[in-house]
Every structure is written in C-alpha cells, then in structure tokens.
Design a protein around this ligand. Structure first.
Ligand code: ADP
Ligand code: 5GP
Length: 194
C-alpha cells in the first residue's frame, strides 16, 4: 500500500484524543480519514454506527477475528475493540492519512506489523484531572470509570517511557495542545494543507 503513513493516536480514556482529533479532522478533512474500529461496547449519545465505531456483538467480533479480518484487537475496560484490515484500507485507498485511535495494547500490536505509522500519545495533566474529565463527560458508570482510571495509570507509564512515541502531548490547555499537534503534523506530513 502506498501513500502517506498512518497516524496512531493513543492515550488514556478521557485525555482528549477525540477532542483534538475532531479539530484536526475538521481542518484537514481532505487529507485525513478516520479508521473506524469495531467495538462491543454500547454506543454513546451522538455516536453513529459506522462513523464512531462499528458497533457489534461479541459473537460477531469473535467470528470476524477468527476469519482473520483484524490487524489488531484488544479488550479494554471489559469490551472488545479492534482495527479491521478493511477500516485501514478504506482510508488508505483514497490516498488519505489514516488515523487510528487505539489503546496501548493496540500500539504494541501495530508495532509488530509493517504499517509503520507515526505514534502520538496524548496525556492529561494528572490522573485527578482525568477523573474530572471522565466524570464531566458523563459517559461512564462507576465500574467503567474505575476500570478506565486503572488502565490509565498503566498506559501513562508506557506513554512516558522513552522511545515508545514520536510525540507526547500534555493536553492541559486545549488550544496549546492543538497547536503542538498541528506543528507535529506539519513536520510529519509536509504536504498538509488546510
Ligand atoms: P478521549 O477521546 O481521549 O477519551 P475526549 O476527547 O472525549 O477524550 O475528552 C474527554 C472529556 O474532556 C470531554 O468531555 C472533553 O470535552 C474534555 N476535554 C478535552 N480536552 C480538554 C482540555 N484541554 N481541558 C478540559 N477538558 C477537556
Ligand atoms: P472508548 O470506549 O472511550 O471509545 O475507547 C476506549 C479505548 O479503546 C481508547 O483508549 C481507544 O483508543 C481504544 N480503542 C478504540 N478503538 C480501538 C481499536 O480498534 N483497537 C484498540 N486496541 N483500541 C481501541
């Protein structure tokens, strides 16, 4: 597959990955395409099937994994998530920069493939702030909130370890984080035009 290398964005749930991505995808709509993952979790208000995710049952997901349809897959906070080959090919066949929003397990799996993406880690200023953001987002139950915070602590260690990512952004002030991301993308993809 030719064309620009993909972009992987990773970071604790609630760090602000979707918020940052939305701004970039809105501004550079002609050049980026989102890899639509599969998940067994329930849709949140406003999440469209086929856009945010392909929302599927555990049985359907297991069967697709068995058929070799996925590049990587993982269990996160009790639900299955995965990147299908088709999700990435759909974006790359249009010549677009394919953006994958995946967890640390997904990053570790992707590093074993020949996808060779740029790796970006987004982290919150602190775990306390992360908890506040997740609570304010209003999408989690008490159980899923605590699972996500547990995962966040581990993932921050992986994110902070030298060499795992090309860039680590602390999403404290949103407009500063957007600027840092945009500068990184303009260096990584010199052909970028808004
Ligand atoms: P993720 O995609 O990483 O799970 P979201 O983009 O959904 O995270 O952000 C989690 C919550 O935090 C959302 O309600 C979002 O509006 C809010 N948020 C994102 N960035 C910031 C920021 N810099 N400061 C304060 N709140 C933020
Ligand atoms: P959420 O449920 O908040 O949308 O996502 C939870 C976590 O799953 C996030 O860390 C997100 O990056 C990750 N995730 C989303 N899609 C995939 C995927 O296809 N593969 C993997 N490994 N993780 C994913």
């Amino acid at each position: 597959m030719t064309g620009p290398v993909p972009l992987v964005i990773c970071g604790p749930s609630g760090a602000g990955k979707s918020t940052l991505l939305k701004q970039m995808l809105d501004k550079y709509r002609q050049q980026f395409g989102f890899s639509v993952s599969h998940t067994t979790r329930n849709p949140r208000a406003g999440e469209e099937d086929g856009k945010a995710y392909h929302f599927v049952t555990k049985e359907a997901m297991e069967s697709a994994i068995g058929n070799g349809e996925f590049i990587e897959h993982a269990v996160f906070a009790g639900n299955m998530y995965g990147t299908s080959k088709a999700a990435v090919e759909t974006v790359r066949s249009k010549g677009l920069i394919c953006v994958l929003d995946i967890d640390v397990q997904g990053v570790i799996s992707i590093k074993k493939t020949d996808l060779n993406p740029n790796y970006l880690f987004v982290k919150p200023p602190s775990i306390e702030e992360l908890e506040k953001r997740l609570k304010a987002r209003g999408t989690e139950t008490e159980d899923s909130l605590s699972r996500r915070l547990e995962a966040a602590k581990k993932d921050m260690e992986y994110g902070d370890a030298p060499g795992n990512f090309d860039l680590v952004i602390v999403n404290d002030d949103l407009s500063k984080a957007v600027n840092t991301l945009e500068n990184f993308l303009q260096t990584a993809y010199p052909a970028l035009q808004s």
